[in-house]
Every structure is written in structure tokens, then in C-alpha cells.
Design a binder for this molecule. Structure first.
Ligand SMILES: NC(=O)C1=CN([C@@H]2O[C@H](COP(=O)(O)OP(=O)(O)OC[C@H]3O[C@@H](n4cnc5c(N)ncnc54)[C@H](O)[C@@H]3O)[C@@H](O)[C@H]2O)C=CC1
Ligand SMILES: O=C(O)C(=O)[C@H](O)COP(=O)(O)O
Length: 385
């Protein structure tokens, strides 16, 4: 088989070079440069979000049996066309949900420190309560931050969690967007935050977009900020990537190059999920595990000292220290501001430094915050380790 894979897909060679005892030809490609001509003899195509998979790309790929995207979002795939051609399709739902949730937690920790906010008295409106929204809700719950969920589709489908209207979610102190990009249906998300919705934000609110740039009307957001509105912005995704509205960047408190989902674990899980899907298509057993390939983190474990006061409230300073030890979002903000004009959006993403998830750090010690930190996602160091 000839397997084409995006060069920005970690562990693709480890997972795909040998399947069911057979060697396969692996062809890496650059996500934005793939042509229909290259795919003439492709059997399997594995993409990331920057490759538009449609009739124009696949018309000549007559032996193509499988298309996979190692991403959560599927707005770059013409699934109807794939179904018409009887080409199997698989995405990687949930692969980087923890990574996105940890991006949001790191952003909140950094903003709390920068503006001397106490997170425990803030409310978070989570718009979109699927994989990423739910992981974020779990983490907020762990550290005692109140949240409200807005997801009319899940509410209609009978999900028994409590849901609020979009306006109620948008009225929370912090608003975090976790919807797919959709342009049709009953609840389209293209420009969900349009000029009117943006004007309804007050000066103290924080708005986080780590889903798709087009969910916010970026021109309207720029106009609002140019009028001097104090809304605090965390922008990981931008309308029209890779060509972002650069005038908006100085108005963002934290700005990054669509990397919220780029933990090593998150990206690698995407590859692993496609490996499982290809094995299923070939009716062979997929027994390679991610744990076989993931490297050890730089810092493996930390021992917490006993806290001075017993039964105190959850320690926000300790949270700040541990979260930033594993992932400090200011690193990505710095890279974005320094490198965007020199190297471009895609270069930053392609050369993303290794980032690990909270679970890569094992913690121990007689500290009253230990259980909360474990619920947040840190690993508990086994007693005999
Ligand atoms: N910045 C990044 O690196 C990443 C961005 N994403 C983006 O985040 C999106 C969400 O990811 P997941 O949570 O994993 O997807 P998901 O499909 O598990 O959940 C999305 C949820 O949004 C809900 N939804 C759809 N339209 C809505 C609307 N108008 N209002 C409120 N809720 C609505 C859906 O019912 C669904 O429950 C992805 O589609 C992708 O575009 C995902 C991963 C990484
Ligand atoms: O999974 C998604 O959806 C995302 O937004 C990914 O983080 C996109 O990463 P790339 O496929 O653009 O590398």
C-alpha cells in the first residue's frame, strides 16, 4: 500500500510503516502543498487541518480507499464527496481535547497572575460542551471554578447536564469557545460572535477562542478593541489562517498560532486513532501503543511539601507553579509575537517545541492540594516509585 501522510504527524512512521506483517510505502507531504497529481497511486491519505480534501484534490486518486484526519475539526473535509466515492473516512474525535483544556487552564492561571484575579470567584461560560468543552469543565470543577455549559444540540439530543442559553454563557466572567466551524443547520457557528454579540461584552470579561477563528468576526472584534473596549482576549485561532488580521494581535493579551491542541500526547493520539482506523479497515489487529513511542518528559516528578495551614482552601499559588512548570502559555505567546512576521504562521506550527500534558508530571507529598491537582490532570506518584 502507498500511504501519504502529513509531515507534521508525530510517530506516523512508527505506526504505519508495518501493518499486519507487511511493509508499506510511506510518503510524507507538506499539508498546504499536496496536489492531485501526487495522489494518483495513493491507497491511504492521512491529513491535518490545513489540507482541503475535496473533489479537486482526489479526482485522480482512483485507488484511494481511506482518508483520515488526525484532528478533531473536520471543516476541511468534503465528507459527502468521500461517501459518494465510497472512500472510508475517519477523524480523531477527542484526541487533543485535554491539550485544549490545559491551554485554557494555563491561560487563566497566567491572566490571574497578571491582573491579580482570584479564579475561585469567577464563572466560566463554555460554549460547546463536546470533547474539549467537557474536558475543560472537568478541570474547572476540580479546582472549584463555577462554569455554565451552552450546547443547544446536546440539549436537544437529551444530554442530561444542565445547559444555559448562548446569552447566559456569554454573560459569564470568562467565555471559552469550543464549537466546530459550521455554516448551516439550526445552530451555525460562523461568526457566532458577530458585532452585536461582541458589543454586549463588558470591559471586565475575558474571551478565549481556541476552536476556529471564523467563529468570531475578527474585523468586528478589531473595531471593538480600536474603540478602546477593555475585553481581555486570548486568541489561539484566527479568521483566515494562515493570513491573520495582524492589527488584532496587539489587542490580544495572549496570542498564539493555533496550537492549543498541540501537546505531544494530543497530536500523537491523533496519529494513533488513525492507525486504529486503518487497521480496522484492513481487518487486522492494531497492537502498537502510544506509550511505546512517547519520550520521557524533562521533569518526571515533583514532591510537594506539607502546607503550613491545614484544611486551607485550594492553593492558587501552587496551582500557578505546577501548571506553568508543565505548560506556560506565555512561551507560545512570545513565539507568536516574535516569529509571525519573520517566518509565518505555518512555520511556527511546524516547528512547535515539545509540550507535554499535566499527566506527564507525577506529584506526591503530604499536601492538602494533592487530590485536587490529581483531579486537574497531574499524575499521582505511586508510593513505591
Ligand atoms: N485550537 C486548537 O488547537 C483546536 C481546536 N479545535 C476546534 O474545537 C472544536 C471543538 O472540539 P471538540 O469539543 O472536540 O468537538 P466536539 O464535536 O466533541 O464538540 C463540539 C460541540 O459543540 C457543539 N455545538 C455545535 N454548534 C454549537 C453552537 N452553535 N452553540 C453551542 N454549541 C455548539 C456540538 O453540539 C458539540 O457538542 C473542533 O471542531 C475544532 O474546530 C479542536 C482541537 C484543537
Ligand atoms: O484537531 C483540531 O481540530 C485542531 O484544531 C488541531 O489542533 C489542528 O491541528 P493541525 O491539523 O492544523 O496541525
Amino acid at each position: 500500500m502507498k500511504i501519504f501522510f502529513d509531515e507534521n504527524m508525530p510517530f506516523a512512521r512508527e505506526f504505519f510503516s508495518e501493518l499486519g506483517g507487511e511493509q508499506h510505502q510511506l510518503v510524507p507531504f507538506k499539508g498546504r502543498e499536496l496536489t492531485a497529481q501526487q495522489l494518483i497511486d495513493a491507497d491511504v491519505l492521512l491529513v491535518r487541518s490545513i489540507t482541503k480534501v475535496n473533489e479537486a484534490l482526489l479526482a485522480d486518486a482512483q485507488q484511494l480507499k481511506f482518508v483520515g484526519t488526525a484532528t478533531i475539526g473536520v471543516d476541511h473535509i468534503d465528507q459527502k464527496y468521500l461517501a459518494e466515492r465510497n472512500i472510508k473516512f475517519s477523524s480523531a474525535p477527542g484526541c487533543n481535547a485535554i491539550s485544549v483544556a490545559e491551554f485554557v487552564i494555563s491561560s487563566l492561571v497566567v491572566l490571574a497572575e497578571r491582573y491579580q484575579l482570584s479564579l475561585s470567584d469567577k464563572s466560566v461560560g463554555i460554549v460547546g460542551a463536546g470533547n474539549t468543552g467537557s474536558r475543560l469543565a472537568e478541570k474547572l470543577n476540580a479546582i472549584g471554578i463555577h462554569y455554565k455549559l451552552c450546547d443547544p444540540l446536546l440539549a436537544d439530543a437529551g444530554d442530561n447536564r444542565e445547559f444555559v442559553s448562548l446569552d447566559e454563557a456569554l454573560a459569564c466572567d470568562i467565555v471559552s469557545l469550543h464549537v466546530p466551524l459550521t455554516r448551516s443547520g439550526e445552530h451555525p457557528t460562523f461568526h457566532l460572535l458577530d458585532e452585536a454579540k461582541l458589543h454586549a461584552f463588558n470591559e471586565q470579561q475575558i474571551l478565549i477562542n481556541a476552536c476556529r477563528g471564523e467563529v468570531i468576526d475578527n474585523q468586528a472584534l478589531l473595531a471593538l478593541k480600536q474603540q478602546g473596549h477593555g475585553l481581555t482576549l486570548v486568541m489561539d485561532v484566527w479568521e483566515g489562517e494562515p493570513n491573520v488580521l495582524t492589527e488584532l494581535i496587539p489587542f490580544a493579551d495572549l496570542a498564539s498560532a493555533h496550537i492549543a491542541g498541540y501537546s505531544l500526547e494530543g497530536k500523537a493520539r491523533g496519529t494513533q486513532m488513525l492507525y486504529q482506523a486503518v487497521c480496522q479497515m484492513l481487518e487486522i489487529e492494531g497492537n502498537k501503543q502510544l506509550a511505546d513511542f512517547l519520550p520521557k518528559p524533562n521533569i518526571g516528578s515533583v514532591k510537594l511539601n506539607p502546607d503550613r495551614k491545614r484544611n486551607q482552601e485550594f492553593d492558587e499559588i501552587l496551582l500557578n507553579q505546577l501548571v506553568k512548570m508543565v505548560y506556560d502559555v506565555r512561551r507560545d505567546d512570545g513565539i507568536f509575537r516574535q516569529q509571525l512576521s519573520r517566518f509565518g504562521f505555518d512555520h511556527i506550527r511546524k516547528n512547535y517545541p515539545v509540550r507535554r500534558e499535566f499527566s506527564s508530571l507525577a506529584i506526591s507529598g503530604e499536601n492538602s492540594s494533592l487530590n485536587t491537582l490529581v483531579q486537574l490532570g497531574f499524575n499521582r506518584l505511586a508510593d513505591n516509585a
